[in-house]
Design a binder for this molecule. Structure first.
Ligand SMILES: [Zn+2]
Length: 579
């Protein structure tokens, strides 16, 4: 490990600039295969912080590691609060680094960028109307769990952190369930700033190809209109163009089934991922993925270049982006039907010009079977399919409001961290509203990110009279956060709180009956209800198993009697559909 403190105020000249202006240097600049440790990162920024009227750094909330999250704010005009920044028409640009601590390109790149901005190595007019908010190291627990091995396929740096955080959670799956304190702090920071643009810095896994930089674009079809058209036709093409022109060729994230020749499949960034989460808040977002097989130095420089070009583009297009976001928020407020689940449409494809290495196969020294390799002596440049159209698989009509029992305080916390406006009922209220019964769902046999994430959820909707109590929460949908509300509270949504197990207790029946006692009650019920008796008779005639199963017959009668518990599988969040 390099002891870089000795070099902190070393006399070092970069690119012919004044050496004093370029201090301090980052550990990466002293050793291009080295990434700063968590402590080095914070100490570096502390060394910068007191020297500038254009930068502030504060602890912001806690992380699971026991160390606080840090928030760095950069402003050419010394504006460090979101209210003033918004009032003065500044664009807010949020950068997150080290969410996967083994992929630290953004950590080191941003350290250089911050110094170069506040030490005037970069023209101040470039960022005079952009306020940058930076998380210097998000996954601190992962950063502290440092070794040389956890990224088996990655070309450096020689030491790096681990993907999981202090609780072994993947923070880039935690943006909705927010199990980690990291995510809880992040959401409050996100809400505080309401960023216009969000960049989350990563390193790829997967195929080999010549590009240094790739981007997971926030999905155009999932974005609130008109943001999707702008991202597809203007924003992202301009980013790729500038990166390629400055020596960092770039394409959309190369998400493939086997090899790139067969086509690239747009990544499904549901809201559990950073860019999908940002989309719920109508924020333009992307995940940078620097190519794992390129030397660390190229990846860091490529990420730096991306951040610089984003600053340029955001400065040039600031007014347009701010106007588009306002329009998106207004559109969301007026939207009637909301898609809450999506799938890639394989019948629709674009074509993109792609530079690749030919895929080939040779005999594996391990298995003796064919193994894939990329032949760098056979580069190609050709059009390949790009599957980039997502279509809704569940669409839900917006209610006027949702009502949530106060018992679900974990959900109330999460909604409030995300800036959702709500009020509490001032008295017990019996309301006529829509409620769901959960019909069916699938759960995996093994836990995923600490949960048994449900999918394939189907519901039955009924109008009911239901009593909510003083202190329960009323959540109007006439607010900019309507997408966040609907994609978390509608059970069928891919990353709903139901899917993430917040409501699993409703899936267990609490009361049953003893057959020998219920026999007499059941007979009485059938006498009083000839229709039920007729149905039972028909079922016995048509289903031999049912006819041979006394308990099943009693249970059928029980389920159609007043004794059956009315809260079993009843989703307790009510949908208010009329005044
Ligand atoms: Zn990653």
């Amino acid at each position: 490990m390099v002891c870089w403190y000795r070099h902190l105020f070393a006399f070092i000249g970069l690119c012919g600039l004044s050496p004093l202006a370029s201090q301090p240097v980052t550990p990466f600049e002293l050793d291009s295969n080295y990434s700063a440790t968590y402590r080095e990162v914070i100490d570096y920024y502390l060394a910068l912080d007191p020297t500038s009227s254009q930068m502030q750094m504060h602890p912001f909330g806690m992380t699971d590691s026991g160390h606080p999250l840090h928030e760095i704010v950069l402003s050419a005009n010394g504006i460090f609060d979101p209210v003033t920044a918004k009032k003065e028409g500044k664009l807010i640009f949020l950068i997150n680094n080290g969410i996967h601590a083994g992929e630290p390109c953004g950590v080191d790149a941003t350290m250089m960028l911050v110094r170069d901005l506040i030490r005037h190595q970069i023209d101040p007019s470039l960022w005079k109307d952009v306020v940058m908010v930076i998380i210097p190291f998000y996954n601190i627990g992962g950063a502290l769990n440092r070794d040389a091995y956890s990224r088996a396929n990655q070309a450096g740096p020689r030491e790096h952190g681990f993907r999981g955080n202090a609780r072994n959670l993947d923070l880039n799956r935690d943006f909705i369930k927010s199990d980690s304190k990291n995510a809880q702090s992040f959401q409050q920071l996100f809400t505080k700033w309401d960023p216009d643009v969000f960049l989350d810095n990563h390193t790829t896994d997967g195929a080999d190809y010549p590009y240094i930089m790739t981007l997971v674009e926030s999905q155009k079809d999932k974005a609130t209109p008109p943001l999707g058209d702008y991202m597809r036709n203007s924003f992202f093409p301009e980013i790729y163009r500038r990166l390629t022109a400055s020596g960092f060729p770039a394409v959309p994230y190369v998400n493939v089934r086997n090899t790139p020749d067969e086509g690239i499949f747009a990544f499904f960034e549901s809201p559990r991922f950073g860019s999908g989460y940002a989309a719920l808040h109508h924020t333009l977002a992307m995940i940078s993925e620097a190519h794992m097989l390129k030397p660390f130095a190229q990846r860091v420089r490529g990420t730096y270049s991306l951040e610089m070009h984003l600053l340029e583009i955001l400065s040039e297009q600031r007014e347009r982006i701010l106007a588009l976001r306002l329009e998106a928020k207004e559109n969301a407020r007026n939207q009637k039907d909301f898609p809450v689940a999506w799938k890639l449409d394989f019948t629709q494809k674009d074509s993109i010009l792609f530079s690749g290495y030919s895929a080939a196969y040779r005999t594996s020294a391990i298995s003796g079977k064919d193994r894939l390799y990329y032949d760098k002596t056979k580069p190609y440049r050709k059009f390949i399919p790009f599957y980039n159209t997502y279509v809704p698989t569940a669409v839900v009509t917006r209610p006027l409001a949702y009502v949530i029992p106060q018992a679900y305080d974990g959900i109330i916390d999460r909604l409030s961290w995300n800036g959702v406006r709500m009020r509490r009922l001032t008295s017990d209220s019996t309301l006529m509203l829509e409620m769901y019964t959960i019909n069916d769902y699938d759960s995996p046999p093994n836990p995923y990110e600490g949960h048994f994430l449900h999918s394939g959820v189907t519901v039955e909707k009924q109008i009911r009279s239901w009593t909510y109590h003083q202190g329960d929460y009323w959540i109007p949908t006439d607010q900019p956060e309507v997408r966040f509300i609907m994609e978390t509270l509608e059970p069928q949504a891919t990353d709903s709180y139901f899917a993430w197990n917040f409501f699993d207790a409703i899936l267990g029946q609490k009361e049953y009956f003893s057959s020998y006692v219920f026999e007499d009650t059941a007979a009485e019920l059938l006498r009083e209800n000839p229709a039920l008796a007729a149905t039972l008779k028909k079922m016995k005639e048509e289903d031999a198993d049912f006819a041979a199963n006394p308990r099943a017959q009693l249970n059928y009668i029980y389920q159609h009697s007043p004794y059956y518990e009315k809260t079993y599988r009843l989703y307790p969040v009510g949908r208010v559909i009329s005044n």
